[in-house]
Design a protein around this ligand. Sequence first.
Ligand SMILES: [Zn+2]
Length: 372
Amino acid sequence: MPIVNEERLIKNFENLVSIYSPSKKEGKLAEYIKDYATKRHWDFTVDDANKATGGDTGNIICWLPGMSDEYVLVSAHMDTVEPAANKKILIEDGIIKSDGTTILGADDESGVAVILEVLDYFSSSEKPVVGIEAVFSISEEIGLIGAKNLDYSLIRSKYAYILDSGGPIGTAITRAPTHFNIDAKIYGVASHAGASPEKGVNAIKIAANAISRMRLGRIDQETTANIGLIHGGTAVNIVPDLVEVKGEARSLTESKVRELAEEMERCFKEAAEREGGRADVNRHLSHKGYSFSEEAKTVQEFAKAARAIGIEPRFVSSGGGSDANVYNQNGIEAIDVSTGMTDVHTTHEFIKISDMIKLAELMIELYRKWGV
Ligand SMILES: [Zn+2]
């Protein structure tokens, strides 16, 4: 008899992606999960992370006890990117996709559906070796803010698996970069562009000079930088006195990204000084990176479970961030695991049914044999 109930898993996935749940509006999706848990008598609570995020629900934390007192965390985020309203879901040749006018939302409802299946499996048959602590987080897509505001006093686990990346099943991200944001406000002096330009200091010119001196794009194999937003000026005949510029820098090596962020700040300040303007630069850590060898417990247990179901694990580094970064920053050893989601954040996004089944099998195996 197959371990995974394919029909139940796919039904849940279809139901979940059909609920409109953009960041800060995960409330309806949370209702679905809470209903589901209540009907099955699973123990759960909702924290008040939304007080900080302004959303309509907090993170859901759900517990299923195991044979020991130890818990291992598994998580997926409830929110999706846009466009996500009025989805039409198509299933063709074992592949689930949208009709091409919206995203699918496999990022990250595939993770949510798999977690529900794992909980369903263990609540209707054997007990897992360790307890399952499932976190359904909010507002991951707008800066991991559900995980950042999670009530960690409720969390029982030392180890975590975040089901929120792509690639063949058996892939896990064991290295992810430290991420800095750089927000600059550049002040010039306003003046009429035709009558008295010499009285003005052009903030757009300062920004342009600063940005042209920055190292941007791929700096090296593990380091990137970007200026992504620029906003300023009031009219074509006025020398602009304010420009706001937002950028970021990432690296797998923290010292490199710190240096790079400092350098970006310096470019703004020096350019402002040359032109007689001023730059206020706010450079702040968004989240720390992480790096694990194959000796790390989460990595070892994941590899063991993958091999047990006939999959060779793949450990990769990522240029992106996930809730796993935030868990690691909070002292919980976490890696980000592929659900098979493909072309996420586009209207071509899709997922294979067979991949979701494989991941559910892998996670069931993991909870069956954790630490054994
Ligand atoms: Zn995601």
